[in-house]
Ligand binder design. Sequence first.
Ligand SMILES: Cc1cc2nc3c(=O)[nH]c(=O)nc-3n(C[C@H](O)[C@H](O)[C@H](O)COP(=O)(O)O)c2cc1C
Length: 451
Amino acid sequence: MSTNRQMILNFFMNSTGFHETAWRLPSAEPEGVTSLSLYKKMALIAEQAKFHTVFLADAYELGENVKHQALNRLEPYTLLSALAGVTERIGLVATVSTSYTEPYHTARLFASLDHLSGGRAGWNIVTTGIGKTHLNFGREQNYEHTERYQRALEFVQLATKLWDSWEDDALLFDKARGLYADVEHIHAVRHRSDIFAVEGPLNLPRPPQGYPVLAQAGSSEDGKELAARIGELIYTAQQTLADAQAFYADVKSRVEKYGRNPNEVKIVPGFSVIVGATESEAKEKEAELRESIIPELGLHRLSKRLKVDLFSYPLDGPVPELPDPATINENRSRFELMKNMIESEKLTIRQLIERVSGGNGHRTFAGTAEKVADELESWFTGGACDGFVIRPQALPSGLEDFARLVVPELQRRGLFHTEYRGTTLRENLGLARPNNQFSAQSQQRKGVQLA
Ligand SMILES: Cc1cc2nc3c(=O)[nH]c(=O)nc-3n(C[C@H](O)[C@H](O)[C@H](O)COP(=O)(O)O)c2cc1C
């Protein structure tokens, strides 16, 4: 099947894969978690396969289950800056929290990454909903859900002002006159509110893309509103086509409500995948991963997430009744998703652990390249998404399989590009470079002076 519309593919990268015990597989390289060579190898495979981005999640704490899981992780700006030097086209998306960083510092770091990569930076804007990060930042409690999102919106708006604080023509490099920069075109931002006070300007010229691509993954009401106002690449987790279609229609209509073009916002659900050359090979890989599961790890993780002590129930019995989602301050949408999945599929605790260990609430699938391509195609052409976040359950092997087997199949069907369209991430995603807020003011001032 051939169509003009083509899907966006993002490679969600971590060290050993998205199945939580994939580090135990013979093909995994857990010793490489802190070595550049592992990530360089994967970024180059992803770029050769023409993935639009490599995407890194992040949190500012060590997860509780490091006893059984590869949870130590490199800091995203540092890793992506290193990858910027060894790749040429692939987008580099870092997760940074608006709850536990400051706008000036974050705007500067993203501007640096965008400059160093020649316009390939993206920012996954998160508000840090789960865990104990607050204890690493001098707070007794995390911010409440609504407060987190208020802070996120103001944070991002302020960051865009900082990136705009240098107009594109601010640098003169006029050696003869000794004029390095035109200070009329470099602006203070003078932002003062109850949350932030930032004078500006930034100490770097405007990033090549204007702003890094703004990615976002909130799925609650507040999260979807933020996505609709500022998001350009929207990560999400849905289990069924119907839920994904509903989310897609919901977010796109909210985008229109804010006067934005729905095509400016690309929605990409997660897809936790195992690919085999044959159906039986895919099932073998799936079984190998299932055998690596440590039930104690699943019980611990799920008890925390679902707010029920699962250790006191039989593994092969039903999941006990769960609390009302409205009482959940942490990742509410993921809680709801799991609650719905448990109720509709009547899962036992063991089945739930098996389901969740491969996808952490994202959709999981194991099959041949044709079957995987069929699944992706049906969601893509069925009004459920603009592309996907590909989460290989085992790394690096699962990325190699996807790149070698699935990408050519998608290309053969005309569903995925065979070459990068441009050099910046915005060009490759079909997103415009944003106008500079201060340039419009400068033009107006010039108009007044001339008149
Ligand atoms: C693909 C994907 C990746 C995510 N990565 C992160 C991450 O790296 N760090 C983080 O704190 N939250 C991450 N999240 C969680 C979201 O930011 C968000 O908190 C979650 O979807 C719940 O939405 P809500 O905050 O609106 O309730 C991710 C979500 C998705 C769907």
